[in-house]
Design a protein around this ligand. Structure first.
Ligand SMILES: Cc1cc2nc3c(=O)[nH]c(=O)nc-3n(C[C@H](O)[C@H](O)[C@H](O)COP(=O)(O)OP(=O)(O)OC[C@H]3O[C@@H](n4cnc5c(N)ncnc54)[C@H](O)[C@@H]3O)c2cc1C
Length: 413
């Protein structure tokens, strides 16, 4: 079986490695650009770390990322609303990693080249369309070339051409009016030294976490995402990954986020470059598949970066699809099995993220106690905060007991 993969991002490369591990080596990754170590920080949650570990990448991940120890949310006054241990500290059998997206991509690319060689990774191959003839599918490339396969997977990101082919009337991504500014800055790690924190509420908040261990002078690389509702005052910024902006406008919006344990102002000044993105997603689709073509990762289910799940869900898609292609008697049945498992699961995450996911407590704290509180127990009912967190973990597939207990997705022959 020959598998064509449009897109060499985290989803596409994870699929290639998963297919290889499942015994399918006849695959080609068609990547529009170069596989470059681009981006800022990203989180890989324990359900995805399990999958990458089963692909033999646990050592590389540990070296490239920082094992996150806790996730803590604060209101805009810097008062702690909710905190929970993460990764091994939370009882998972696998860590959670905060990692530079580019370094994660580097880990996947190096494994690809070692295991499959350079002949199967094709940078500069942009898929512009696709066609089918019986049991053969053709990826049509810029310049008129065609590549032939038995199945074509659209792992070509939020602006997927294969999704557009599937849903011609869909249009662009949907913006919720929030603009995000992202950067990586040198800074001193805070709290446990491996804490992921959020400060504020959906619409005006900071998300901050280190993505490396500290160097000799005690400083690490700190990932910062600042978010503000700008929908009424400016048009939607471009959704791409290279839109650099002047930090002056960020300072004007966010100055004053300084508490005893963290100084967001200082991080804003320390960051060498700021990128801007709209917070966008798309409505869940009724069907991913058309004939011999299916979708994966952001092409299938772009979601708000709430709950830190985008990359992790793409990795899970990759593992489930590879298993289905390896074990199902026909491509037809494999694509059905994959979609039956992953489409409803990821649609639930897209919708949960629209409702603020595990960060809902920040909204509730802002609505119920905008001037702050003396005791968080005065703002939330007993068990309410735990339930918000647990519900999201179940929806997104990283409830500790369920994840630790579920069977492997690896194909054992
Ligand atoms: C350059 C870049 C930087 C990013 N930085 C961050 C970040 O800092 N933090 C974060 O949370 N998320 C970031 N993301 C998004 C994040 O990687 C995804 O949300 C998530 O990992 C899901 O991965 P994916 O493989 O489905 O999509 P993506 O990671 O978007 O990968 C899609 C791949 O497909 C390629 N492609 C696009 N169109 C075509 C085509 N027509 N033919 C062939 N190839 C095509 C793209 O070049 C890209 O390599 C970034 C994405 C990109 C592309």
């Amino acid at each position: 079986m020959r598998v064509l993969i449009a897109g060499g991002g985290i989803g596409g490369l994870s699929l290639a490695l998963s297919l290889h591990a499942a015994g399918i080596d006849d695959l080609h990754v068609l990547e529009a650009g170069r596989v470059e170590e681009l981006g800022v920080g990203i989180n890989v949650l324990p359900h995805a770390v399990r999958e990458l570990s089963e692909l033999g990448l646990s050592g590389e991940l540990a070296a490239a990322g920082l094992a996150t120890s806790e996730f803590v949310m604060f209101n805009k006054h810097g008062q702690r609303i909710w905190g929970e241990p993460r990764g091994l500290a939370a009882g998972y059998r696998w860590p959670q990693y905060s990692i530079h997206r580019g370094r994660l991509l580097g880990v996947l690319q190096r494994a690809f080249l070692e295991r499959l060689g350079s002949g199967r990774l094709h940078p500069g191959h942009r898929v512009v369309s696709a066609s089918e003839d019986g049991s053969t599918v053709f990826a049509e490339l810029t310049g008129g070339a065609r590549v032939q396969g038995d199945v074509l997977v659209g792992a070509d990101g939020i602006h997927s051409v294969l999704r557009a082919r599937r849903c011609p009337g869909e249009g662009g991504p949907l913006w919720n009016g929030i603009t995000m500014w992202r950067a990586v800055a040198p800074g001193v790690p805070f709290l446990t030294g491996a804490s992921m924190v959020m400060i504020g509420y959906f619409g005006k908040r900071a998300v901050v976490y280190p993505i490396t261990r500290p160097d000799r002078d005690g400083r690490a690389l700190i990932n910062i995402v600042l978010e503000a509702t700008t929908g009424d005052s400016r048009p939607m910024p471009r959704q791409d990954w290279d839109h650099v902006v002047d930090p002056a406008e960020i300072r004007a919006l966010f100055s004053g986020m300084r508490f005893g344990w963290i100084d967001v102002d200082a991080l804003i000044d320390a960051a060498p470059r700021w990128w801007q993105y709209p917070m966008v997603d798309r409505d869940p689709l009724e069907q991913w598949r058309s004939g011999l073509i299916t979708l994966l990762g952001d092409a299938a289910h772009p979601m708000y970066p709430v709950g830190a799940n985008g990359a992790s869900q793409a990795i899970l898609d990759a593992r489930v699809l590879a298993r289905a292609l390896a074990l199902a008697p026909t491509v037809d049945e494999a694509l059905e099995r994959y979609e039956a498992e992953r489409r409803p699961a990821t649609a639930a995450v897209v919708l949960a993220n629209r409702a603020a996911g595990p960060e809902k407590c920040m909204e509730l704290a802002e609505a119920r106690a905008p001037a702050g509180f003396d005791r968080v127990e005065d703002v939330f009912a007993p068990g309410e905060l735990q339930e918000l967190s647990s519900r999201y973990q179940r929806t997104a597939g990283f409830d500790p007991a369920l994840l630790n207990g579920r069977p492997s997705l690896s194909v054992f022959r």
